[in-house]
Design a protein around this ligand. Structure first.
Ligand code: NAD
Length: 254
């Protein structure tokens, strides 16, 4: 049976671990040629080798790093059909004590990284007759969170970039959509402060689905947008959040 991404070349940023690694694995299961782009060479190469994919060293915050990575992929594989902008991170804290540099770092990675990536990839996507760009935003790209203003700002920006570029690139057959994970269980890879863990636990207990997401559950949503099954979707956002943003979830009867 042919995989759902058969014949497609996909670049997954931040694919060395966490959600990105699950996306890379899922894409390989569906027969895509997968290139993991990450700053973690050792980890990214090892994963690429284990799944039958490829690795390219890529710092998404650097325009020239994007140019080199895309040129390499075009030379090796003929072009790119799917770009997943997944690399992202963020720290929290009160705004007045957050160092400006920490804020700028988050903006550079989560916002500029996505914008630069799309800018660099459009020529090859267009040359292939179109393609799919999937941006990983968050529930925090649709609702505010206190003590997380830098991260939230950048994830709202990803929602905006997605919609603006869906309009701008539609004529060239390029679709742009965003996936919004809720609380995802990748704590075994990243570690997590016990206080943050306790907050997440409290939050998931209020959800209709009272657990964190498995990384595969996020990858499934990305697979849909990457594949031709989503051929009529562009500028759209898909929540994968266990119902977190469905509402306050209070029982009207109690
Ligand atoms: N984990 C969650 O609960 C959650 C929830 C909502 C949204 N998200 C989003 O999902 C995405 C992935 O999150 P994760 O939890 O898997 O993160 P993670 O920290 O486990 O992995 C991020 C990957 O990005 C790479 N990376 C970091 N800086 C980079 C750079 N400059 N260039 C290229 N690669 C770089 C890292 O090396 C790492 O492999 C992020 O955009 C995050 O904001 C995560």
């Amino acid at each position: 049976m042919m995989g759902r991404l058969s014949g497609k070349v996909a670049l997954v940023t931040g694919g060395a671990q966490g959600i990105g690694a699950a996306i890379a694995r899922k894409f390989r299961e569906h027969d895509a040629v997968v290139v993991i782009g990450d700053i973690q060479r050792e980890k990214g190469s090892a994963l690429a080798e284990s799944i039958g994919g490829h690795f390219v060293e890529l710092d998404v915050t650097q325009p020239e790093s994007w140019t080199n990575a895309i040129e390499g992929i075009v030379a090796d594989h003929g072009g790119i059909d799917v770009l997943v902008n997944n690399a992202g991170d963020g720290t929290g804290g009160p705004i007045e004590s957050t160092p400006v540099e920490a804020h700028q770092k988050v903006v550079d990675l989560n916002l500029n990284g996505v914008w630069l990536g799309i800018r660099a990839a459009v020529p090859t996507l267009a040359a292939r007759g179109g393609g799919s760009i999937v941006n990983i935003s968050s529930i925090d790209g649709l609702a505010g969170v206190s003590h997380l203003s830098s991260y939230v700002a950048t994830k709202f920006a990803v929602t905006g970039i997605t919609k603006s570029l869906a309009l701008e690139l539609g004529d060239r057959g390029i679709r742009v959509n965003s996936v919004h994970p809720g609380m995802v269980d990748c704590t075994h890879e990243r570690g997590m402060h016990p206080m943050a863990m306790a907050r997440i636990q409290k939050a998931v207990e209020r959800q209709p689905i009272k657990r964190m997401a498995k990384v595969e559950e996020i990858a499934n949503a990305v697979l849909f947008f990457a594949s031709d099954e989503s051929s009529y979707c562009t500028g759209s956002e898909l929540l994968v959040d266990g119902g977190h943003l469905a509402g306050p979830y209070r029982d009207a009867m109690s």
